[in-house]
Design a binder for this molecule. Structure first.
Ligand code: CAA
Length: 259
């Protein structure tokens, strides 16, 4: 149970932090207040030792239908530059614990971009991804041109961004934008199940694993391989690495101490 205005949060069993975007009347359009709530919830789950993984979802109709157009429509250029409008959304990607994005319905504009900030994306059969900013006379501003292009390649990303047309869940899976598709009604349960599995692992090792995969987006191959190897070596500084390998050799379940 939470006290936020634009989201619902809950600590679920098995160490999972659950966040549901909750502005149904605006199809979860990402207003400033929603950002503040989401950021605060992510920070408190990150700081909570009982939480090992986080799920972000919307409603069955919309994950999020974009940045809040009504909030943006009267903005002038100097203001947008002065405050570096939308830059704060990059904080979502600074969350340490893994985030699973569970997308049902519309994930458009900033909604698609928020989904792509998640570490694992899964979709309900009715999911629709799109970057329709072109129809508003603008372009993606929360990472869409970069993350979508890396996810599905230049030609298809260019097509989506230039035409504004949506992509359905099956295609999103076939192109690797999402890792799997589930029936709409069971999507959230599936996300929670996956999150529980991740939360049952060693926390420090989980975060190291997330960090090295994310590095693939930041550096060239040789630097990325070296970074991975160094972090791999650093798992040998943990008790959980020793315990995990000992448990395998002794044919028993590992008992993580988060050290
Ligand atoms: N911002 C503000 N309000 C929004 C919104 C948005 N992005 N998307 C939907 N809403 C509001 C609608 O205005 C409507 O409010 P009222 O009832 O007060 O009129 C309510 O949510 C329900 O929406 P619709 O009546 O339009 O619902 P629909 O089922 O007919 O259509 C839809 C659904 C196709 C998603 C349509 O709402 C739509 O096209 N929304 C806008 C999508 C969009 O352009 N997103 C990109 C935003 S720009 C951006 O995100 C920039 C960036 O990169 C950061």
């Amino acid at each position: 149970a939470s006290t936020y205005e634009n989201i619902l949060t809950e600590k679920k069993e098995g160490g999972v932090g659950f966040i549901q975007l909750n502005r149904p009347k605006a199809l979860n359009a990402l207003c400033d207040g929603l950002y503040k709530d989401l950021h605060s919830a992510l920070q408190s789950f990150d700081a909570d030792p009982e939480i090992g993984a986080i799920v972000i979802t919307g409603s069955e109709k919309a994950f999020a239908a974009g940045a809040d157009i009504k909030e943006m429509k009267d903005k002038e250029y100097p203001q947008t530059y002065l405050i570096d409008m939308l830059s704060w959304w990059e904080n979502v990607g600074k969350t340490r614990k893994p985030i699973i994005g569970a997308v049902n319905g519309y994930a458009l504009g900033g909604g698609c971009e928020l989904a792509m900030m998640c570490d694992i994306l899964i979709a309900g059969k009715n999911a629709k991804f799109g970057q329709p900013e072109i129809n508003l006379g603008t372009i993606p501003g929360m990472g869409g041109s970069q993350r979508l292009t890396r996810a599905i390649g230049k030609s298809r990303a260019m097509e989506m961004i230039l035409t504004g047309e949506m992509m359905d869940a099956e295609e999103a899976a076939s192109r690797g934008l999402v890792s799997r598709v589930h029936p709409t009604e069971s999507l959230v349960d599936e996300a929670l199940k996956m999150a529980r599995k991740i939360a049952a692992q060693s926390r420090p090792i989980t975060i190291m694993a997330k960090d090295v995969v994310n590095q693939a987006f930041e550096t060239g191959l040789q630097d990325g391989l070296k970074f991975e190897r160094r972090v791999f070596h650093s798992t040998f500084a943990t008790n959980d690495r020793r315990e995990g390998m000992a448990a395998f050799a002794e044919k028993r379940k590992a008992n993580w101490t988060q050290n």
